[in-house]
Design a protein around this ligand. Structure first.
Ligand code: NDP
Ligand code: HSE
Length: 445
């Protein structure tokens, strides 16, 4: 049987998961694809670190160059993380003509185009299924399964750590900091957990998905990001009373085609919304029931209609499953000498653009902390009215006159810029005791 020799960089959560998965299902993989994947070496920082799954000392080393430069290694997996040394690791392997499998979405977000160009230049390939949504094969789905579709909408719960935290805050009333510690212990969180909770990991992933869906490489700087750090249990509870669940959503929405008519053979370029923010999702929508570390991507194509992908979005085994899928593709490409059979990214809509968040129209949940006295609601609704923003419902728990009380407003569709401007003015009213909280409402239709 044909054999490829794998050199791995990284033997932590994902790396040790891959090592273990190959031990467990390597024979099955070989029987299915007719190629055996043999692990030659695994580079780590410190051999004696505890790992989720055991890796024999005999295969470990502490110099990634020994892995990449080993003449017997003809396939490299970068599972170390980070955006500096990892870039050098991948470029070094590609320059040697060795295909690379990576799970590193932060690196792809920052340097994807450069790495894809290097793969092309050196006649090899870069595979990255594990970089988005853990075990869900969403990259393959967008790039291959939906190749004949124009993607009009993608709503994704793409960060397992945030979804785990939000689920436990909602279901158990747990504290943010305690649940984050649990997510770290389970191996879900990034080495720097602010990447998760401040929305940047989701930004990296949603940028990759938007680029694949729309054919131009989306600059992460154009993606509006809000994380979940500022959410309180009060927001989660009030949203629940109104029939919603708060989720950190990645949103890719085709807003308009431009120009409307194109010469024959030219594809109209799109203006798309690409953003990451916490949003109220109606409880009746399937995404509201995606809990704990699970991820989901709701994808609408102009031919296929609505589709839904669901699975574990982080953790050693789910992520290893996605890496194995890439190892199989790479092994087959090595066997058949077809390195660019499926190019990592094909730009086909270079004139596309991301719409600024200020222009994005949604509904809103607003929580204010106000003094309960006559005329306050009138002042607030006057400021909203002046900005042409309508109120669709109001909740204010009963209290003593003169006491501070939460005031929840649901607002009709309005551009984000208008709402932000009006809330700034509302925040300056004497009766408003703390900065207004604004969370978007997504009807997901
Ligand atoms: P870990 O921190 O658990 O593992 C990183 C591994 O890389 C460790 O084994 C570490 O060595 C090794 N390493 C780091 N720097 C070097 C270096 N310079 N030379 C050699 N080895 C090095 O991270 P994860 O496994 O969680 O994440 C790895 C990648 O996968 C990241 O890009 C992450 O974003 C991505 N990812 C993670 C998921 C998850 O659920 N955790 C899911 C999807 C993607 P040592 O063990 O000695 O410290
Ligand atoms: N930290 C990431 C998450 C890992 O929680 O989703 C998977 O990409």
């Amino acid at each position: 049987m044909h054999q490829v020799t794998l050199g791995m960089i990284g033997g932590g959560t994902v790396g040790s998961g891959v090592f273990h998965a190959l031990q467990r299902n390597g024979d099955l993989l070989a029987a299915r694809i007719g190629v055996r994947v043999k692990v030659q070496k695994v580079a780590v920082k410190a051999v004696d670190e505890p790992r989720p799954y055991r890796i024999p000392r005999a295969v470990m080393c502490t110099d990634w160059q020994r892995v990449v430069q080993d003449p017997q290694v003809n396939l490299v997996a970068e599972l170390a993380g980070g955006t500096t040394v990892a870039r050098t690791m991948i470029l070094t392997a590609l320059k040697l003509g060795k295909p690379v499998v990576t799970a590193n979405k932060a690196l792809l977000s920052a340097h994807g185009e450069e790495l894809f160009a290097a793969a092309r230049q050196y006649g090899t390939n870069l595979y990255y299924e594990a970089s988005v949504c853990g075990g869900i094969p969403i990259i393959k789905a967008l790039r291959e399964g939906f190749v004949g579709n124009r993607i009009t909408h993608l709503y994704g719960i793409v960060n397992g750590t945030c979804n785990y935290i939000l689920t436990r805050m909602k279901c158990e009333g747990a504290e943010f900091a305690d649940v984050l510690k649990d997510a770290q212990a389970q191996g879900y969180a990034e080495a720097e957990p602010s990447l998760d909770v401040d929305g940047f990991d989701a930004q990296h992933k949603i940028g990759i998905l938007a680029s694949l869906a729309h054919g131009f490489w989306v600059n992460p700087r154009d993606i509006y990001v809000e994380g979940i750090r500022a959410l309180t249990r009060a927001d989660i509870q009030f949203a629940g009373q109104l029939g919603y669940t708060i989720k950190l959503l990645g949103i890719i929405k085709r807003i308009e085609e431009s120009p409307a008519r194109t010469p024959r053979g030219r594809i109209p370029s799109a203006r798309i919304q690409v953003s990451v923010y916490p949003a109220l999702v109606p409880n009746a929508h399937v995404l509201a029931s995606v809990n704990h570390v699970f991820n989901a991507a709701f994808v609408r194509g102009d031919i296929v209609g609505d589709t839904l992908f669901y699975g574990r979005g982080a953790g050693k085994d789910a992520t290893a499953s996605a890496v194995l899928s890439d190892l199989a593709d790479a092994a087959l490409d090595l066997k058949f000498g077809t390195p660019q059979r499926v190019p990592p990214f094909v730009p086909h809509e270079r004139a596309g653009a991301v719409v600024p968040i200020a222009e994005v129209v949604t509904r809103y949940f607003v929580r204010l902390n106000v003094v309960d006295r006559p005329g306050v609601l009138a002042q607030i609704s006057a400021l909203l009215g002046a900005a042409r923003i309508g109120i669709s419902s109001v909740i204010q728990p009963e209290s003593r006159e003169g006491a501070s009380v939460p005031l929840i407003l649901m607002l009709h569709d309005a551009p984000s810029g208008a709402v932000t401007g009006a809330l700034k003015k509302i925040g300056r009213l004497a009766a408003v005791r703390s900065a207004p909280v604004m969370i978007r409402v997504e009807d997901l239709c």
